[in-house]
Design a protein around this ligand. Structure first.
Ligand SMILES: C[S@@+](CC[C@H](N)C(=O)[O-])C[C@H]1O[C@@H](n2cnc3c(N)ncnc32)[C@H](O)[C@@H]1O
Length: 294
C-alpha cells in the first residue's frame, strides 16, 4: 500500500503511464513551453516530467548547447520517456527517478542552478506545495523563471468532491487541490517562494478566442471562466461509482468506508449546485510564471 505522497503518485501514475499521452496533456504542455520562452543554450529542470512531454519539447528549444533534466517518481512514466528518448536519439536530456520534494541529494541536480524550472500538472499532487516551491527556487539561477500550474477550483469536480470527502474522513486522496481555492492562493505561494513579476493566466482546454492553437487563443478571463460542462445533482451517484473503480478513489472504496464515503460525496456534490440545480464545470488551468530576482 502507498506510504506517502510520492509513493501514492507512483502507484497512481505507473498504472496510467502507457495511456497518459492520449489525453489533453500533450496540448497543454505545448502552452507551458510557449510560456517558458526558452533560448538556445539554456538549462532546464523539468520536475514531475512524467512521459517527457515538456522535457523533449524543451530539449528541442534549447538545442545541443543546452540541456533538460527530468525528474519523476513513477518508473512507469519514466519508462515511456526512455522509450521516446531511444526512438529519437535525443542527447541533451537526462532523467532521474526521485521525489521532486527532496532534490538536495540528487546527483545531476544538487549544487546546480537552472535557467528555467517547470512543474506541469503536478503541483496540486504535492502535500506541501508551499515548501516545494521554496525548495525549487533554490535551484533557479538569479534571473531564471519557474513555470507551474494549478487546476481551476471548478474543474474535475468529481475528484475535487472526493478530496473533500477524504478530508472529512481523514483518508488521504492523492491530490491537494483544495489549497488553491482562488488564483490569489496560487499567486501568494509563488511570491512566498521569493519569485517576482508573477504572471497568472487561466488557460482553457479549448480555444476561446483568436485563431490557431497558441496559448493566447486559450486564455480566458479569470473572473468569467468558460463553462465547459453542466452536471445534475443526480449525476453524483454515477460519478462516485466511477471514481471508486479507479486508483484515485481506492482508499475510499474499502469495505466499511465506501457507504459513508458515498453519503458524504453525494452531500458535498449537491452543495456545488446553483439555484437551478446545475453543477457547472470549467476545464481550465491557472498557469503561473515567476522570476527569481537577478
Ligand atoms: C499529471 S502528470 C504530469 C507529467 C508531466 N509534467 C506532463 O505535464 O505531462 C503528474 C506527474 O507527477 C509525478 N509526481 C507526483 N508526485 C511526485 C513526487 N513527489 N516526486 C516526483 N514526481 C511526482 C507523477 O509520477 C506524474 O508523472
Amino acid at each position: 500500500m502507498p506510504r506517502d505522497q510520492a509513493a501514492d503518485a507512483q502507484h497512481l501514475y505507473d498504472d496510467r503511464a502507457t495511456k497518459y499521452d492520449d489525453s489533453w496533456h500533450p496540448r497543454f504542455t505545448q502552452h507551458v513551453i510557449e510560456l517558458l520562452d526558452l533560448k538556445p543554450g539554456e538549462h532546464v529542470l523539468d520536475l514531475a516530467c512524467g512521459t517527457g512531454l515538456v522535457t523533449f519539447a524543451a530539449a528541442q528549444a534549447v538545442g545541443l548547447t543546452g540541456s533538460v533534466t527530468g525528474v519523476d517518481i513513477s518508473s512507469g512514466m519514466l519508462a515511456q520517456a526512455h522509450l521516446k528518448q531511444l526512438s529519437t536519439n535525443v542527447e541533451n536530456v537526462e532523467f532521474h527517478q526521485h521525489s521532486i520534494t527532496s532534490l538536495s541529494n540528487l546527483a545531476g541536480v544538487q549544487g546546480r542552478q537552472f535557467d528555467a524550472i517547470t512543474c506541469a500538472s503536478a503541483l496540486v499532487l504535492l502535500s506541501n506545495p508551499a515548501l516545494a516551491l521554496k525548495h525549487w527556487a533554490r535551484f533557479l539561477k538569479p534571473g531564471g523563471r519557474l513555470v507551474t500550474d494549478v487546476t481551476h477550483i471548478r474543474s474535475q469536480l468529481g475528484h475535487l468532491t472526493l478530496e473533500r470527502v477524504g478530508r472529512i474522513l481523514e483518508i488521504p486522496i492523492p491530490s491537494h487541490r483544495l489549497r488553491f481555492e482562488t488564483p490569489q492562493h496560487f499567486q501568494d505561494l509563488l511570491q512566498q517562494a521569493g519569485l517576482v513579476d508573477v504572471d497568472l493566466k487561466l488557460v482553457s482546454q479549448v480555444q476561446v478566442n483568436g485563431h490557431g492553437d497558441g496559448v493566447d487563443a486559450h486564455v480566458c478571463n479569470m473572473n468569467q471562466p468558460r463553462i465547459d460542462r453542466v452536471y445534475t445533482i443526480e449525476d453524483g451517484e454515477t460519478i462516485f461509482e466511477k471514481l471508486m473503480g479507479s486508483r484515485y478513489g481506492e482508499a475510499l472504496a474499502a469495505d466499511g468506508v465506501k457507504d459513508r464515503a458515498r453519503q458524504l460525496f453525494l452531500a458535498e456534490w449537491a452543495k456545488l449546485a446553483n439555484d437551478e440545480g446545475e453543477i457547472e464545470e470549467v476545464d481550465g488551468v491557472f498557469v503561473g510564471v515567476g522570476w527569481k530576482p537577478s
